[in-house]
Every structure is written in C-alpha cells, then in structure tokens.
Design a protein around this ligand. Structure first.
Ligand SMILES: NC(=O)c1ccc[n+]([C@@H]2O[C@H](COP(=O)([O-])OP(=O)(O)OC[C@H]3O[C@@H](n4cnc5c(N)ncnc54)[C@H](O)[C@@H]3O)[C@@H](O)[C@H]2O)c1
Length: 360
C-alpha cells in the first residue's frame, strides 16, 4: 500500500498498530459532528479533542470521556501515537494549521474551504506531498448519496448527450458570519458540486453581491460561470432570504434533474421534459412534457460517508475523493469569484441600499 506520495510508511505503521487514532481540533458548531462520527467508525479511535475555548472543549469532552483534551494543537502534534487530525477551526486558520499538522507527520482532514487564497491552498497541498500524508477537504456534498446519484445520471447520458446548464440555490435566514462572506461560507459547497458535475474548470467566472448587514461581508451573492464545454452555471447564495433552499437543477439536452436537499424523501427527481424535433416539420421543435421519477437515494448521513472516506484513504493510502488538489480547485474558483465581487461597481455615495419605501 502506498500513500498519495508513494510513501509506504504511514499505512504499514497503521496496520501493525490497530485502530486509526484521530484528534479533532475546533469544537464550535461543526467540530462536535466530526468527533461523533470518528468516534463511531469501526477501526477508528477518537483520541484527542482540542479547542482554544475551554467551554467548547468541556462541552464536547463530556460526550467523549475516553478522549484526551487540550487547548493547544501542539499537544496533539507532539503525540507520536496520533495518526490524524481533523480541523474544524475558523476558515482563515485552515491552511496554516493544515500545514502544521502535515509537517508533524499526521494525516489531515480540514473543513471546507481548504484556504482563503490559492497560494495558501497550494502550500497545504505541497506540505501533504512532501510529508506523504493524506490531505482531505470536507466538501460534504460530494459525499451526499443524492449528489453522487445526480453525477451518475449526468455521466450516464440519462439527461442527454450534453448538459446545457446548472443552477444552485443555497438560501436561508442563516448564520451570519463575520470572518467570511456568503460566497466562501455557502458557495464552497456549491462550487465543489459544480466542479464535480462539470469535470472541468470554468473559463469565465463572475459574481455580484451586496453587504446589507455587516460592511464588507456580502450577505447575498450571485455567480455566473461558463465552462470550456459550453456548460454554464448560476449560483444564488444568501443567508438573508425568507426561503430555506438547498437545491441544484441540471438541465440536459434530453431531460432535467433536481437535487433538493431540503426534501425529506425524493431528494432527486428526473423530469422527462425538453424539446424534440417535430418529425413533421423540419427545423421545428415541440415540447416534451413527460412524467417525472425519483431514483432511490440511500438514507445515510453524508458526514459519516465523508469521515469513512478519510479513514479508508489513510488506511489504504489512496487519495480521497475530495483530496487537497480538488480542494485547491475549489479555492481557485472561489478566489476568481471573490475578485469579481470586489470589482463590482461601487454603489454611488449617498445610496445605502435601504429603501425609503417611496416609489417614484
Ligand atoms: N461541512 C459543513 O456542512 C459545515 C457546516 C458548518 C461549518 N463547517 C466548517 O467548519 C469549520 C468551523 O465552523 P464552525 O461553524 O464550527 O465555527 P465555530 O466558530 O462555531 O467553531 C470554531 C471553533 O474553533 C476554535 N478554534 C479557533 N482557533 C483554534 C485553534 N487554533 N486551535 C483550536 N481551536 C481553535 C474556536 O474556539 C471555536 O470553538 C469552518 O471551516 C466551516 O466552514 C462545515
């Protein structure tokens, strides 16, 4: 078994020693979910919990009495019996902490996005290669059975020989963040799915957005991307919206499909709708508005699938699906969209965006 770097040490050491030992750093909103999953996976031992905030640490430590607790990542880095560290710290810390984890010889799972800049993401990918350790980014939706089924549908030609366009809505009256805007916080998910479905990187990426609540932190962002194959995509990202939507629509040359993560059942629906050439009149099209069907989607927690992928990648030495390089691709697209967002026309002085209620 070889690691992604061709290094055979990591997996051999692991198989001799028994369970894969994992530490989770960052135990705010999301980290406890990682801790719960790693603790529940066969052949995996949750060995360390780490958070700079004593209250967060104590809260999660109470659920995992067998794990050791630390307020500093250094305690985990210097434990030679610890194989891997999962980072669920704030986004601006990701790349720097991931590099430290990898340079300490540990495998690293880092929450999405890998970094806030391409240069930092490249540093993390380079550190993984040099260390011969697994670097995986928590692009959760890539492990969602519904998204995987959508990808299979698109790749199988079921939607037609060409995908025309894709649009995604990730809307909510959601968690306001101060250290990242809606593009980075919400769009990291959608861009990763888009790149997975497209299988190519966009040649054109523009974004417009507005900051209504906190100056400089966009609450709503609209993105438009065009890929070399001609596929186009639109993303509407907002935490300032009356609707809670997490939906992707894929329009193919023959059929259309929707992945709706808010649906309890029928998360994936295929619509036999489109335009067919009218056999009677050359060059004319007639609408085909056939039925719809919902392929069965396995009812498993995507986060469990994601954590199992990390454990399996470390054990086998194969690259995880959302490895550092694919995480870097997502950051590359987000950075381009961010640049576009920043070059959007500045609102003229005196206009705050707040309505006076008066219409001309
Ligand atoms: N996959 C998903 O669906 C999903 C959902 C939510 C959040 N996330 C990701 O999880 C990460 C954390 O988000 P959150 O909402 O839990 O943030 P949060 O602010 O609630 O928690 C972050 C925690 O990290 C701790 N921390 C900060 N720096 C640290 C350090 N150097 N060492 C140890 N602890 C440190 C903080 O004390 C805090 O408890 C982000 O990357 C976010 O994008 C992913």
């Amino acid at each position: 078994m070889t690691s992604p770097n061709g290094d055979e040490r990591g997996s051999a050491e692991l198989s001799e020693r028994g369970p894969l030992t994992v530490g989770v750093a960052g135990l705010g909103y999301w980290g406890p979910n990682l801790a719960r999953n790693f603790a529940a996976i066969d052949g995996c031992e949750l060995k360390w919990l780490c958070d700079a905030d004593p209250a967060a640490l104590a809260r999660v430590a109470a659920d995992h009495p067998g794990a050791r607790a630390a307020s500093e990542l250094d305690a985990l880095l210097s434990d030679p019996s610890l194989d891997a560290i999962a980072l669920a710290t704030p986004v601006p810390t990701h790349a720097e902490l991931a590099v430290r984890v990898l340079e300490a010889g540990k495998h690293c799972f880092v929450e999405k996005p890998l970094a806030t800049a391409v240069a930092d993401a490249e540093r993390a990918v380079g550190a993984a290669l040099r260390a011969g350790r697994v670097l995986m980014v928590g692009h959760l939706l890539e492990y969602h059975p519904g998204v995987r089924a959508l990808k299979e549908l698109a790749d199988s030609g079921e939607l037609g020989d060409r995908i025309f366009y894709i649009y995604g809505n990730r809307l909510n009256l959601g968690r306001l963040r101060a250290d990242e805007n809606a593009l980075w916080s919400l769009g990291a998910h959608d861009v990763s799915v888009l790149l997975m479905l497209a299988g190519e990187e966009p040649e054109h990426a523009v974004a417009h957005g507005e900051s209504y609540l906190r100056p400089g932190v966009q609450d709503v962002v609209f993105c438009f991307l065009r890929f070399p194959s001609g596929l186009t995509a639109h993303l509407h990202l907002s935490w300032l919206d009356p609707h809670k939507e997490r939906r992707f629509t894929v329009v193919g040359s023959r059929r259309m499909a929707t992945f709706d993560d808010m649906a309890l059942e029928r998360k994936l629906t295929v619509y036999d709708k489109g335009f067919d050439e009218d056999a009677r009149t050359y060059g004319e099209y007639i609408t085909r508005s056939g039925g719809s069907f919902s392929p069965r989607v396995a009812n498993v927690e995507p986060l469990r699938v994601e954590c199992e992928e990390f454990v399996e990648s470390v054990r086998s030495g194969r690259s995880p699906h959302s490895d550092g390089t694919s995480g870097l691709r997502v950051v590359r697209v987000l950075e381009r969209l961010q640049r576009s967002l920043e070059s959007s026309p500045v609102r003229p002085a005196g206009r705050t965006g707040a309505s006076t209620g008066a219409h001309p």
